[in-house]
Design a binder for this molecule. Structure first.
Ligand code: KIV
Ligand code: ZN
Length: 516
């Protein structure tokens, strides 16, 4: 029987460290439930000590998830570890993931500690974590740039104190596949008690090699856990992409001889959910989950695929959950058909009230767009989650805009701000610019617009537009998203969603930027 490769998902922790990707507790819970449907082995739900918001999110996920182990990150100190343990108390299966930097650069410049102090602190931290659970992961941050002898000493001590998973991070995306694979192999060979732990890797994509490095660590180094994120989301250039690792191992089973427990048909729903909640669109040519991943444009390829699919396809679109552009519902579809489609798409709404609200939005959309595709349903459910938080400060009531050749576009927007209705007008360079200016005339947020990007959800001119707006203010960066067949309305929704996020207090600490 093939060995198992453990899939550890860190979308909700490392993924959340992408600029603007911070999520509310409800959003994290929705993603966690999808990760459970995807059957990931471990969900890193957050960094409990970083903020009260993250603590509550980890706690809610620990209480709700039954089939995956729930994990919290913690720096190697008593307070962080106790906080992680407290948040994870309700989990059916929990893990504490503690870490400390081991490279000379990080120890000297960031931690301002000697190697001996770091070594001792790691021992103390793992020993302390053992008071709460016997499922402990230890990561020597910046391991790929750490001195091998020191790394061996530290990891041997961590295992001796009870760490059951040793995770080797390539924190800055510096590794190259062959060397990284060899590094893991040598560590396992040199450390006398290495067999008492499962070996894991955690790679960043700064040089575009995160997936290759992870797979080399598996193949050459014998790692049996890969840490990854949906869509490769994560700080800077992102983390190892879950869907690429899982499909590589599955498609090339002849080479890797490993199995994951992942239900691959849940990959595309997970990708769409993460993209719409975080506001990070998936590039069309992204492997596995990009809109073009299974599209054959050249005549020769199309001809080949029609004659025999595997001439140009190494995976089947339906195996990863693509049901692209299938007309599923229309104006005459009833509530039961809608509910059934939600179920088939793996979308679980928490209450009948939410199903009713989604169904109403579906009916409104079907009045304006004759064919409703699966992608539209994903977007309207995400849109509902984003725009109907009870404490939402800004809400769109109505809007109008005019643009004519030779005239300066003009927009009028009516909003509620804290329940009070306000209307304002503005001109702009284009209808979207005029709309944003009309909103700002009332909201006066003073935020800087960093990104405004439009994606068509399906094909054709009838498609809904999905807009991502990124705003920055006083060092905080947030993304807002909005979907509508009218892209100016989608833009207004995205702008208001970003403003609402700017209001929320959830300030998080970036663990890598902090000392002990
Ligand atoms: O990149 C990194 O080093 C991390 C650790 C906390 C595992 O995210
Ligand atoms: Zn990381």
């Amino acid at each position: 029987m093939a060995d198992k490769l453990i899939i550890f998902d860190t979308t909700l922790r490392d993924g959340e460290q992408s600029p603007g990707a911070s999520m509310t507790r409800e959003e994290k819970l929705r993603i966690a439930k999808q990760l459970e449907r995807l059957r990931v082995d471990v969900i890193e739900a957050g960094f409990a000590a970083s903020s009260n918001g993250d603590f509550e999110a980890v706690r809610a996920i620990a209480d709700a998830i039954k089939d995956s182990t729930v994990c919290s990150l913690a720096r190697a100190n008593d307070r962080d570890i106790a906080r992680a343990a407290e948040a994870l108390k309700g989990a059916r299966s929990m893990r504490i993931h503690t870490f400390m930097a081991t490279s000379a650069l990080h120890m000297e410049k960031k931690l301002r500690m000697t190697p001996e102090q770091v070594h001792d602190q790691i021992r103390i931290a793992v020993r302390f974590a053992r008071k709460f659970t016997d499922n402990i992961e230890f990561s020597p941050e910046d391991a790929s740039r750490s001195d091998p002898d020191f790394l061996c000493r530290v990891l041997e001590a961590a295992i001796a104190e009870g760490a059951t998973t040793i995770n080797i991070p390539d924190t800055v995306g510096y590794a190259v596949p062959e060397l990284f694979g060899e590094q893991i192999r040598r560590l396992r060979e040199r450390i006398p008690n290495s067999a008492n732990a499962i070996w894991s890797v955690h790679c960043h994509n700064d040089l575009g090699m995160a997936v290759a490095n992870s797979l080399a660590a598996v193949k050459i180094g014998g790692a049996r856990q890969v840490e990854c994120t949906v869509n490769g989301l994560g700080e800077r250039a992102g983390n190892t992409s879950l869907e690429e690792v899982v499909m590589a191992v599955r498609t090339r089973r002849d080479y890797f001889d490993l199995e994951t427990g992942i239900d691959t048909t849940q990959i595309v729903p997970a990708s769409k959910l993460v993209s719409s909640i975080t506001g990070f669109p998936v590039q069309p040519n992204k492997a596995v989950v990009g809109a073009n991943a299974f599209a054959h444009a050249s005549g020769i390829h199309q001809d080949g695929v029609l004659k025999q699919r595997d001439t140009y396809e190494i995976m089947r679109a339906e195996d990863v959950g693509w049901t692209a552009n299938k007309i599923v519902l229309g104006k005459l579809s009833g509530r039961n058909a809608f509910k059934q489609r939600l179920h088939e798409l793996g979308i679980q709404l928490d209450s009948e009230q939410e199903v009713n609200a989604a169904f109403q939005r579906f009916k409104d959309l079907a009045d304006r767009k004759s064919d409703i595709f699966d992608e539209d349903i994903h977007a309207l459910v995400s849109d509902q989650a984003v725009h109907h938080e009870p404490d939402e400060r800004y809400q769109l009531v109505s809007m109008a805009q005019s643009s004519e050749t030779g005239e300066r576009p003009h927009a009028r927007v009516t909003l509620t701000i804290d329940g009070r209705e306000e209307t304002s007008d503005s001109d702009g360079n284009g209808p979207v610019d005029a709309t944003f200016k009309a909103i700002e005339a009332r909201a006066a947020s003073g935020a800087e617009l960093m990104l405004d990007s439009v994606n068509a959800i399906t094909t054709g001119t009838e498609s809904q537009g999905e807009v991502t707006v990124r705003l920055a203010k006083a060092g905080r960066v947030v993304n807002g998203i909005g979907a509508d067949p009218d892209i100016v309305v989608a833009s207004a929704k995205a702008y208001l969603s970003a403003l609402n996020r700017l209001q929320s207090k959830g300030e998080r600490v970036n663990p890598q930027a902090e000392g002990v």
